[in-house]
Design a protein. Structure first.
Length: 468
């Protein structure tokens, strides 16, 4: 008898879910509420694609594990492989990070549409995987003990049922999983929400210099100041472009007005982004979103969970995108699902084991995002307590040390790229290094390489922080 998996949602998480399960069933059908573009076009239902996205090395390695050759295909399509921190110019609350010469950790910088299209093409090459577009899942079939399929509604209103041995909900932030579970008699799926009130304004520019080996630039807010936070970044993407996002909390939120975009960049803690944008050509209008809340369902903690159902990606947890963890958490979660399938098959116990494994990268990303956001005065959903403030002081000490310590910078990068657990920052060697502090003096300005200086000079650009 043939076996089938149904994936709810054709997002990046949905495609990776299909990649995770395709070798363990006879067929996979992806149910997508909208249509899917042929190439790197915009996909309805992904408004966050207008803002910059990075794929951290933990997530990139997970995608490569699921779909060998995908990273190479991304790079061939114009994405950039950015070594961390060699090609990163970061102004943290504690100062400028040094650009240590190493290539242990990296990120893939590209538009979200390009990343989606390459992953989608890789997944749909497999004849066992198909997509049913313009179709909505309206309910789960089965009982509180086992999910046996989904109820569908086509674009013309026609309803039908589709049986499945495994249903993976990857329908994103709009997921109706708690309601579907309640209809089956499974209760307790409470949502946790931590909202710092960040607003994102983003725009794409034609870069005035070559983007090959150009660094990611980030000027971060400092929540310790007790004032509205302002953050901004430039990410080099395909076709010689920069994806620029400016981010602010209530009282300092950017707007969608094009005339206000670059002046806002000049209000950041350092003017380097504004100075560069003064020489770049805007290619798009400004896209604005207020959808930056951290939200999570701790399904792994429920006392009852039906066999035949797994939730993945934003259906489980969505994070403030300023920290860049969403795609990587989905990818690592998909690998965890595949690992449990390889050991348990479709037998009883798979769903709960998979849900618990998926929760591990979620927990790390959640602690990183919420651990920052709760320190803004405007944050709703949770206030920083004494333990949170103590932890923040330690993390701030680590960040200060990382500005002049290769060892601590590497330890922090491993955690931030989701390649080490947060407890790695409590190891004796890291604790000792944090106690000693930075081994080199703090930098006073962003450090451009000689090659970057030549590019700027050739383009007639002289930034204030560069020597004459």
């Amino acid at each position: 008898m043939s076996t089938r998996a149904v994936v709810v949602g054709g997002s990046l998480a949905g495609m990776l879910a299909a990649a995770a399960v395709k070798d363990h069933v006879d067929s996979v059908e992806i149910i997508e509420a909208h249509g899917l573009p042929e190439g790197p076009g915009s996909r309805p239902g992904v408004p966050q694609a207008a803002h910059f996205h990075v794929l951290l090395s933990g997530g990139a390695n997970a995608i490569e594990d699921l779909l060998p050759g995908t990273v190479e295909e991304l790079l061939g399509a114009g994405a950039h492989r950015v070594p961390m921190t060699t090609n990163m110019m970061i102004y943290s609350p504690e100062g400028w990070y040094r650009r240590w010469q190493r290539d242990t950790h990296f990120l893939i910088a590209a538009s979200r549409d390009l990343t989606d299209s390459v992953v989608r093409r890789q997944v749909l090459k497999d004849p066992r995987v198909s997509v049913r577009p313009h179709t909505k899942v309206t309910a789960l079939l089965g009982s509180s003990r086992r999910v046996t399929g989904v109820r569908l509604r086509a674009a013309d209103g026609t309803e039908s049922e589709l049986t499945a041995d495994l249903v993976v909900d990857a329908s994103g932030k709009a997921a109706r999983t708690p309601q579907w579970l309640a209809e089956l008699g499974v209760s307790g799926a409470a949502e946790e929400r931590i909202d710092s009130g960040f607003a994102y304004a983003s725009r794409i520019y034609r870069a005035p210099v070559s983007t090959r080996n150009w660094p990611v630039i980030s000027v971060q807010a400092d929540p310790r100041r007790g004032e509205p936070g302002r953050t901004g970044g430039i990410v080099p993407i395909e076709d010689g472009r920069w994806h620029v996002s400016l981010i602010g909390t209530p009282g300092a939120q950017p707007t969608r007005e094009a005339a206000e975009f670059e002046p806002y960049a000049r209000t950041l803690r350092h003017p380097v982004i504004a100075d560069l944008l003064a020489h770049a050509e805007p290619l798009t209008d400004v896209a604005l979103t207020h959808s930056t809340v951290n939200r999570r369902f701790s399904y792994e903690r429920l006392t009852s969970w039906p066999e035949g159902l797994v939730a993945l990606g934003d259906s489980v947890a969505a994070f403030n995108p300023v920290y860049g963890h969403g795609m990587s958490v989905a990818a690592i979660g998909a690998v965890a699902l595949r690992t449990r399938l390889a050991s348990l098959g479709l037998a009883d116990g798979l769903s709960r084991a998979a849900q618990r494994a998926i929760a591990r990268p979620v927990e790390l990303a959640w602690s990183l995002a919420v651990g920052q956001d709760i320190h803004y005065r405007t944050t709703k959903g949770r206030n920083a307590g004494p333990a949170d403030r103590l932890l923040q002081r330690y993390v701030s000490r680590l960040s200060h040390t990382a500005t002049g310590s290769y060892r601590v910078a590497t330890a922090m990068t491993k955690v931030l790229t989701l390649q080490s657990p947060g407890t790695a920052l409590l190891r004796p060697g890291v604790l000792a290094a944090a106690l000693i502090g930075p081994l080199r003096p703090q930098l006073e300005a962003p450090t451009f390489t000689a090659a970057e200086r030549r590019l700027l000079a050739d383009a007639g650009i002289r930034l204030p922080e560069l020597p004459a």
